[in-house]
Design a binder for this molecule. Structure first.
Ligand SMILES: Nc1ncnc2c1ncn2[C@@H]1O[C@H](COP(=O)(O)OP(=O)(O)O)[C@@H](O)[C@H]1O
Ligand SMILES: [Mg+2]
Length: 296
């Protein structure tokens, strides 16, 4: 079995999780509605434990806003999709959840991003630890030019993992639905895998450091339909254990994999709600126009 990491030096310890089965949940951090939102019904706080939330989050690139005043609450162990046309700020918003925008010159973040009750942008928060607990998978599979095994073992080795690496690698590859395809070739180069396998390897690599959240930016958009289906099936599995935040411009994909969907347009959060109601009964006119294909 995989031994849990020691968290003693951890500045980002989550608050204890109070939920009793059947009990009405705490409403979570109170998040003001974005002033741009026309309907309070359009922006919701999903029930359940809050994993991540933004409060009036804006992101600027060299002074130009790419995300404007977004307040959104992401519940624990669900899949949340961000949809919207190209350039509307989906990737920018996603990167705020593990401080990847820090790495972009010219990017400035205003407002708050809360992980449980911790502001990820508060002074003293260790961005490396944030990225361990909130992992990320990118659009284009980006395995390291190393063996399959070494890709998965990479993060745990850096973190000084003390358990059995073999077991952790196997466990991570199984969780990424890749083990059966690679168990006899763990020491082959990761670059010998197909695109879909490489993407699942990147998911295994992200899982190997035992995150709580997985951020996925268009994880299947470079893949063929069969490989895409495998990724979607996998997301469905993963959300049983992790909170999954996925960016996609593929509305069918959002409808298939997510519990909640947020529609972004020109950097603003237009509407956020249970996936099924957002797609069948949107509150906002702009949402309806987008999901019915009137612009894209
Ligand atoms: N690193 C960057 N530097 C400057 N501008 C950027 C950068 N990344 C994105 N942008 C701009 O921010 C806006 C939102 O981009 P992005 O978050 O990539 O949107 P999406 O993922 O929805 O396509 C776009 O206008 C884009 O050109
Ligand atoms: Mg993008």
């Amino acid at each position: 079995m995989v031994t849990p990491r020691s968290d003693s030096a951890n500045r980002l310890r989550p608050t204890p999780r109070p939920a009793q089965p059947g009990e009405e949940r705490e409403p979570g951090p109170s998040v003001p509605h974005a002033p741009g939102a026309r309907s309070t019904e359009a922006i919701i706080t999903p029930p359940g434990e809050v994993e991540l939330a933004t409060r009036r989050l804006s992101v600027y690139y060299d002074g130009t806003p790419a995300v404007r005043d977004v307040s959104v609450v992401i519940p624990n162990q669900r899949a949340i999709a961000f949809i919207g046309p190209s350039g509307c700020g989906k990737s920018t918003l996603l990167r705020c959840f593990n401080r990847m925008n820090d790495l972009l010159p010219g990017a400035r973040v205003a407002g708050q991003v809360l992980f449980h009750d911790q502001d990820l942008y508060a002074p003293g928060v260790d961005a490396v630890e944030v990225r361990r607990r909130i992992g990320m998978v990118f659009q284009k599979p980006n395995p390291f030019p190393k063996t399959i095994y070494d890709n998965v073992a990479f993060g745990p080795r850096i973190n000084g993992y003390r358990g059995s690496l073999d077991e952790l690698v196997e466990h991570s590859l199984r969780q990424a639905a890749l083990w059966n395809e690679v168990k006899d070739r763990l020491h082959d180069s990761a670059l010998t895998l197909s695109g879909g396998q490489q993407q699942r390897l990147c998911i295994a690599r992200a899982l190997a450091v035992e995150p709580e959240v997985l951020l996925m930016d268009e994880p299947a958009s470079a893949l063929d339909p069969i490989a895409t289906q495998k990724i979607e099936d996998l997301i469905y599995e993963l959300k049983q254990r992790y909170t999954v935040v996925i960016v996609t411009h593929n509305m069918q994909q959002a409808a298939r994999v997510s519990d909640y969907t947020a529609f972004l347009y020109l950097g603003e959060l237009v509407e956020y709600g249970p996936t099924q109601s957002l797609f069948t009964n949107p509150v906002e006119e702009r949402t309806e126009a987008y999901i019915t294909g009137r612009f894209g």
